[in-house]
Design a protein around this ligand. Sequence first.
Ligand code: TRP
Length: 334
Amino acid sequence: MADTKQNKRIFSGIQPSGNLTLGNYLGALKNFPLLQNDYECYYCVVDLHTLTVRQDPEALRERSYSLIALYLAAGLDPEKNVLFLQSHVPQHAELSWILGCYTYMGELNRMTQFKDKSSRHADNINGGLYTYPVLMAADILLYQTDAVPIGQDQKQHLELARNIAERFNKIYGDTFVVPEPFIPKTGARVMSLQDPTKKMSKSDDNANNFVLITEDEASIMKKFKRAVTDSGSEIIFDEENKPGISNLINIYASIKGISREDVEKEFAAARYGDFKMAVGTAVCETLAPIKARYEELMKDKQYLESILRKNGEKARTVAGETLKDVYRKVGFIV
Ligand code: TRP
């Protein structure tokens, strides 16, 4: 296999949609400092992938900066983690071509996200949308990734990446690490504030469902005030019968670093309304410094670019080794 590494490697691909929610923060970003000591982490802003849906060039560029700034503001250490742009590492597109020749149409035809996106963008069902999972496989396999943090919606794509890796290894001998899904031990699952049976998502049509990391305080407080609660009046954790209150308990516990029982005790005598305000206040207190740092970073594009340049170089070195091994194996002159 191409390169050596000391720790297990994690690869995470993030679409530059710019906005991240409280759910992204509590579910993932907050735990970065814990991960970076046990794993080599690659955080890749997958700008190539976004072109499968029509983009406004200036807005895309701004969203890429914005995502990088948010990750840094949330505490990601750019010296200990490789935070980079997919377009800065040409090996992604190059390996993608090769892997495409080891992926069957039948496999791609089965991808549910392709079917779903084609029905939503019926006027632009392009080749990129169809081969998107191959590029994603290239992202992951280039770095000899051990584990990929993914949600339910990306499971099928990861499974395909595993199949492609195994197929290639079988023909040419060990070339790629076969990646596993990564389910973090810590990290809260934050649900929608209006419909606590589904996950908080920034692409939700109703903005009252989510809170953005960069949102202003008044707006955050308003959303918590409006958050749906359940029948009854007790603040107790019961996901089945009290999904709304349980979600708020999870959020508060995660922010304060305390257990659910502690939250129940603290608010044993409180009313729903008071509890909602307490959660909103805790959220604002946590997000305020991140927002301030984010705004500072966005004013300093040169700094952001210097990080991207440095990390892009690191990524290219690792990706280059894998690609060279692949080129040699398939019979190219390297
Ligand atoms: N397809 C992923 C999503 O939409 C993004 C992605 C691209 C990705 N490449 C990846 C995720 C590699 C994990 C690993 O969320």
